[in-house]
Design a protein around this ligand. Structure first.
Ligand SMILES: [Zn+2]
Length: 412
């Protein structure tokens, strides 16, 4: 199967200014990118006339929670696995419908949701993005995600996170998830304003616990992401070789120095969407008073710290914790708009972060997130100019074509 997309304005994801040209796809790879008029279509190729629309790489979600069900944490814990799997399958389709062709999972609320979904997507049985699968967030008692109630029987059963205390228990949980087939592990190092007994600035997980998880990760070739709001949690993550650091809101100068020193091997995802939405319309979600002001404070701190990270050349990626009631599925590209509106990124830098840097976090630099010869054919044809109007990427109707792995999910 081959495709020739002609007469498109190519925004290739590398940061290069857009140019008019044609892209040839054979099988699942881009085999030619030609500025100007296209060479004649090869025999049997399907020709797609871009008609001046923007051809760009598929978007990459670097903080995906495909298994979240637009529910609060208690409802999520109560959700039976049968319904939960179907909702997850539906969310995967939504993500692809929104132009997201890859997803780096930042945790699944039940152990096998991502793993089973990934298998079905790769077999072509259900539509969805390329997926790096994760398990439940691993947390300690009282840490983020431990919503257990001590007066209820079996209060030590998992919620949407898995509670484990001490290196042995952490090691066991990681080994179970490795056995079930995850690609990634997620550790909750710091506290949070959400379901955590510890505030964002504190760090309930210990060095010994993080090291125990890393030991299993290294032995099994798993990659590790961590929830790190506090400065100490950022330091701890870096000390043990955690690769993906989410939030980093309270990184101080020492933590920023350490991030900068590790900038070629780490990624930071501020997950702005959730903080922004809860700081703006907090009352709508029953978040009032002091708690609402806490989110406003966290947003202000985040804007400041991300500005300082960018000056140090640290890779900062969009992906805003979508899948809660206040950040529903289908609104992922709102994070791109927030990068421009709140963080002061240019539209070009935002797109590079959501495509080329996304390919890097997926572990496939030069293959994902770029429109270049030899790259995998994950492509969007957008009616309009995302550089002039980043909000257009939130409009599914503006996506004329969605191609993943050389196959059309949505035809022009
Ligand atoms: Zn998250």
């Amino acid at each position: 199967m081959s495709h020739l997309i002609t007469n498109a304005r190519i925004l290739d994801g590398t940061g290069r200014e857009p140019f008019l040209g044609a892209v040839r796809v054979e099988g699942n790879r881009i085999t030619q990118v030609t500025p100007g008029a296209a060479a004649p279509a090869p025999d049997g190729a399907t020709v797609i006339n871009g008609a001046g629309a923007t051809l760009m790489p598929g978007l990459i979600e670097s903080h995906a929670h495909i298994g979240l069900a637009d529910l609060g944490s208690l409802d999520l814990t109560r959700l039976p696995v049968e319904e939960h799997m179907l909702i997850t399958v539906r969310n995967a389709r939504t993500m692809l419908d929104c132009g997201y062709t890859s997803a780096f999972s930042a945790a699944a609320p039940k152990p096998r949701l991502d793993v089973v979904l990934k298998r079905e997507i790769e077999a072509g049985r259900v539509p969805g993005p390329r997926l790096l699968a994760n398990g439940p967030e691993i947390t300690v008692t009282g840490g983020l995600g431990d919503s257990n109630l001590v007066h209820l029987p079996h209060y030590e059963t998992p919620t949407f996170a898995w509670v484990a205390d001490g290196p042995d228990a952490i090691r066991r949980v990681c080994r179970v998830l490795a056995r079930e087939g995850v690609d990634l592990l997620k550790l909750n190092l710091s506290g949070d304003i959400g379901t955590s007994a510890w505030p964002s600035e504190q760090t309930p997980m210990t060095d010994a616990e993080v090291e125990a998880a890393m030991e299993v990760a290294r032995a099994r070739g798993l990659r590790v992401a961590a929830h790190c709001r506090s400065a100490e949690s950022v330091m701890m993550a870096l000390r043990h070789g955690v690769e993906v650091i989410y939030h980093a809101n309270y990184a101080d100068e020492r933590a920023l120095d350490a991030l900068e020193a590790a900038r070629d091997r780490i990624f930071v995802g501020p997950a702005l969407g959730i903080t922004y939405n809860l700081s703006q319309a907090a009352g709508q979600w029953g978040v009032t008073g002091e708690r609402s002001r806490a989110f406003e404070h966290e947003l202000a701190v985040t804007v400041d710290v991300v500005g300082r990270m960018r000056k140090r050349g640290i890779r900062v990626l969009p992906g805003g914790d979508y899948g809660f009631p206040y950040t529903p599925h289908g609104t992922y590209a709102r994070d791109l708009w927030l990068f421009v509106k709140i963080l002061g990124f240019s539209a070009m830098d935002t797109i590079v972060a959501a495509t080329k840097l996304g390919g890097e976090i997926m572990g496939r630099p030069g293959e994902l997130g770029v429109v270049t010869t030899g790259a995998l054919a994950d492509l969007l044809l957008v009616d309009g100019d995302p550089l002039a109007n980043i909000e257009i990427l939130q409009d599914r109707g503006a996506l004329r074509m969605i191609m993943k792995d050389g196959a059309l999910h949505k035809a022009s």
